[in-house]
Design a binder for this molecule. Structure first.
Ligand code: AP5
Length: 214
């Protein structure tokens, strides 16, 4: 399965990817996680990415396409993968096509901007492994540490002003790629405004991995 998770910031792409990666037995490639890791490590890529991420803007296509192509060429992606946060522009989708990477399905997570703002305000994340938490829906373990032992923090781009910028950028630059894949018959849409479990059930049904109810 070569799957793209598409949806606005806070739609639950990272949350669903965490579950689907085990259910489908394939790796998740998250550009957000990779870019934040580079920022933590203080690499040249990280320094460049920070300039864009802190303002809620997209990192330039050529930079992101380069790291994704390199990652997808590794052995653990040979039998499939889940892409979380990529592609995010038509140019990135075209770069996948140009590289001969054939996508099977695009799972579009549908949720309103109002729900997103509430979710992102309560989101917490492991600084070490990127596992997402939420103050109400998925609380951090009692010792305040992630299951991997890492420190759990609030993402700097989860402040109200940057969230609004990210939503604007999503509607302007990322939403059009839904039509790009719809024209190829690849898109399946699910309602992601319900609980994590209910959204996961909907995802599995949409992907044909469990039987649809009669
Ligand atoms: P990225 O890390 O990809 O951020 P994003 O797309 O803005 O998405 P989020 O991680 O905010 O949300 P999510 O959909 O994964 O939701 P989550 O599962 O965490 O990118 C960050 C930045 O990097 C971008 O702004 C850009 O600058 C740059 N970048 C990344 N990729 C790029 C690319 N391809 N090109 C250019 N630039 C790029 O859930 C959110 C919260 O809600 C969590 O707390 C979670 O616990 C909770 N939650 C999730 N699902 C549910 C549910 N069903 N019910 C209740 N709560 C839920």
């Amino acid at each position: 399965m070569k799957l793209i998770l598409l949806g606005p910031p806070g739609a639950g792409k990272g949350t669903q990817a965490e579950v689907l990666t085990k259910q489908l037995g394939v790796e998740t490639i998250s550009t957000g996680v990779m870019l934040r890791a580079a920022m933590r490590d203080g690499t040249e890529l990280g320094k460049l990415a920070k300039k864009y991420i802190d303002d809620g803007k997209l990192v330039p296509d050529e930079v992101v396409v380069g790291i994704v192509k390199e990652r997808l060429s590794q052995d653990d992606c040979k039998n499939g993968f889940i892409l979380d946060g990529f592609p995010r522009t038509i140019a990135q989708a075209e770069a996948l096509d140009a590289a001969g990477i054939e996508i099977d399905k695009v799972l579009s997570l549908e949720v309103s901007d109002e729900v997103i703002i509430k979710r992102l305000a309560g989101r917490r994340e492991c600084k070490k492994c990127g596992t997402p938490y939420h103050v109400i829906n998925k609380p951090v373990p009692e010792d305040g540490k992630c299951i991997c032992g890492g420190e759990v923090i609030q993402r700097p781009d989860d402040n109200e002003e940057t969230i609004k910028n990210r939503l604007k950028v999503y509607h302007e630059q990322t939403e059009p790629i839904k039509a790009y894949y719809e024209s190829r018959g690849k898109v399946i849409s699910i309602d992601s405004s319900h609980s994590v479990e209910r959204t996961n059930e909907a995802a599995l049904k949409a992907l044909g991995l469990v039987k649809q109810e009669q």
